[in-house]
Design a protein around this ligand. Structure first.
Ligand code: SUG
Length: 420
C-alpha cells in the first residue's frame, strides 16, 4: 500500500472561465471586470502547473469543472439565461469552482478522533456566484472519497455562517502523516469588503471533524489585510509541515497568535515577512503567499510554487531570493504561469485542495498521471472556447459550446455520472 501523503487536487479550469467582476474585495476580479477571457489558455496553464508539480515528484489529483451555466439555479430564481439580469447570468456562468482551495476544509485522519480523514464542503455563501457551487462539489467529493473506511464527507455548514474552505485553514505538523495542529482563520470585518469566513463556521467544522481542542487554533484575520484585498487568508499566509509563512499584517492579534502556535506546536518555524520589506499591497498584487508551499521528495527541502507575478514584483523577488539563500526550510522557488486565473484573483494555491491520504484509497479517476493530463489537454484543445467576452454570455452558441466541452471531459475521464 502506498503511504499516506499530501495530494494536491487542482480544479480543472472550466470552459466558461470569464471576467465578470463578481467578487467584491478581490482586487484582481474588480480590476479585470469586462475583459475578454481565454478559457483554453487558462485550462492549459492549469494543466501545465499540475504537470510541473508531478515532475517535482508531488502527488496530483484533479476535480472536474461544474455544469455551467447553472440552469437549475437560474430556474430556482425564476429566470433563465436569456432574461436574467447580467450579474445573475454571469453568476450562473462562473467557472469559479476552479479554485479548489475553496471547495472544502480537510482534516487528515491523524487529527480526527475517529481516525478518518474528514472533508466538509464549503458553503461559499457570501458571493452569489460561488454560493451554488457546493452541491456539484459535494457530488465529486462523495465520489472521489467514497471509501468510508478512510473518509467522512460532510455537507455544508448551514447559513448564515460563511465558510470558504481550506483557503482559511492551515495545518502544522512534523510530517503530513502525523498528528497536526489546525489553524482556522476567520474574519470579523474587512472595512469596505466582506469578511467571508465566519468564526461560527470555523468552529462548526472543527467540531464536526472531531478535532482535539488542544490542537486547534482560531485566529482572526487582520481587518487591514481584508480591506487591502486579502479576501481569503491564503492571500497573506501559507503553512506546510512545521513552517508557517505569513505577512506581518496577516493576523489581527499576531503576537498572541504566535504564542499560542508555539505553545501548541513547539516545533514550528515561523517566517514573518516584514511590511517594511514587502508591503501588504505588493503581497496582494504579487500573490507571494498564494504559493503552494510543498515538501519535495528525497530530502529536497521545501519549495514555493509561486505565480510569475511574484517574480515580476521587485521587492517580493528580492525578499524571496534572500530567503532561499539563507538557512530557512524553504530552499527552492518555482514560478508558474497561471495568469488567466490570477486575473480573477486565483493563484497557484487557490487552484488546489490539499488532502492528506493514501492515494490508493481515492477513486483513481480523480488521480492525475502525465498521460491522463495529455488526454485532458487534448479535450481542452479541441473543445474549450478560445475567448469569451462578457457580452457573449447571452449567446446560445456559447452555452452549447461550454456544455459540450464539459461533457467531452467527463467522458474522457469516465466521470459521466457527474452529469446530473
Ligand atoms: O472567490 N474569484 C475567486 C478567487 C478565489 C481565490 N481562492 C483562494 N484565495 N483560495 C473569489 O473571489 C472572480 C470571479 C469573477 O469576478 O468573474 C472570483 O470568483
Amino acid at each position: 500500500m502506498a503511504k499516506v501523503q499530501e495530494i494536491n487536487f487542482d480544479g480543472i479550469i472550466g470552459p466558461s472561465h470569464n471576467y465578470a467582476g463578481l467578487s467584491l474585495g478581490n482586487i484582481a476580479s474588480s480590476t479585470n471586470a469586462g475583459e475578454a477571457s481565454y478559457p483554453r489558455e487558462a485550462a492549459l496553464q492549469g494543466l501545465a502547473k499540475m504537470r510541473h508539480n508531478i515532475e517535482l515528484g508531488l502527488t496530483q489529483g484533479f476535480f472536474m469543472p461544474l455544469d455551467r451555466p447553472n440552469i437549475g439555479w437560474l430556474n430556482a430564481l425564476g429566470t433563465q439565461i436569456s432574461s436574467a439580469e447580467p450579474h445573475i447570468r454571469a453568476a450562473a456562468y462562473s467557472a469559479s469552482s476552479m479554485w479548489a482551495a475553496n471547495a472544502a476544509t480537510i482534516s487528515p485522519a491523524p487529527d480526527a478522533i475517529d481516525g478518518k480523514c474528514h472533508l466538509t464542503v464549503a458553503n461559499l455563501q457570501t458571493m452569489p456566484h460561488r454560493s451554488h457551487e457546493w452541491p456539484g462539489t459535494l457530488a465529486q467529493l462523495q465520489l472521489a472519497f467514497a471509501n468510508l473506511e478512510y473518509f467522512a464527507v460532510h455537507g455544508p455548514v448551514p447559513s448564515p455562517f460563511g465558510d470558504e474552505g481550506a483557503a482559511n485553514h492551515m495545518r502544522l505538523c512534523v510530517s503530513h502523516g502525523e498528528t497536526g495542529v489546525e489553524i482556522f482563520v476567520y474574519g470579523q470585518s474587512g472595512g469596505p469588503f466582506p469578511a467571508r469566513q465566519h468564526v461560527e463556521a470555523s468552529k462548526a467544522v472543527a467540531r464536526k471533524h472531531g478535532l482535539d481542542s488542544g490542537r486547534v487554533i482560531f485566529a482572526q484575520q487582520s481587518e487591514k489585510a481584508i480591506a487591502a484585498g486579502a479576501f481569503h487568508n491564503d492571500v497573506v499566509a501559507v503553512a506546510n509541515e512545521n513552517v508557517l509563512f505569513a505577512h506581518e499584517e496577516a493576523f489581527e492579534h499576531r503576537e498572541e497568535l504566535y504564542a499560542e502556535v508555539q505553545r501548541k506546536f513547539p516545533e514550528v518555524e515561523i517566517i514573518t515577512v516584514p511590511a517594511a520589506k514587502v508591503s501588504l499591497a505588493d503581497a496582494i498584487t504579487s500573490y507571494l503567499f498564494n504559493a503552494q508551499l510543498v515538501t519535495l521528495p528525497d530530502n529536497g527541502g521545501m519549495a514555493l510554487i509561486l505565480p510569475t507575478e511574484a517574480k515580476a514584483t521587485p521587492a517580493v523577488w528580492t525578499y524571496l531570493e534572500d530567503l532561499v539563500a539563507g538557512n530557512s526550510a524553504i530552499r527552492t522557488l518555482c514560478p508558474v504561469d497561471v495568469r488567466q486565473s490570477m486575473a480573477n484573483g486565483g493563484g497557484p494555491a487557490c487552484l488546489r485542495l490539499r488532502v492528506v491520504a493514501d492515494p490508493d484509497t481515492v477513486d483513481p479517476r480523480f488521480m492525475a498521471t502525465s498521460e491522463k493530463l495529455d488526454v485532458i489537454a487534448e479535450v481542452v484543445e479541441q473543445f474549450w472556447p478560445d475567448t469569451i467576452a462578457p457580452d457573449q454570455l447571452t449567446d446560445d452558441a456559447l452555452r452549447e459550446k461550454v456544455q459540450i466541452a464539459r461533457n467531452e471531459l467527463l467522458k474522457a475521464c469516465a466521470l459521466i455520472e457527474l452529469d446530473a
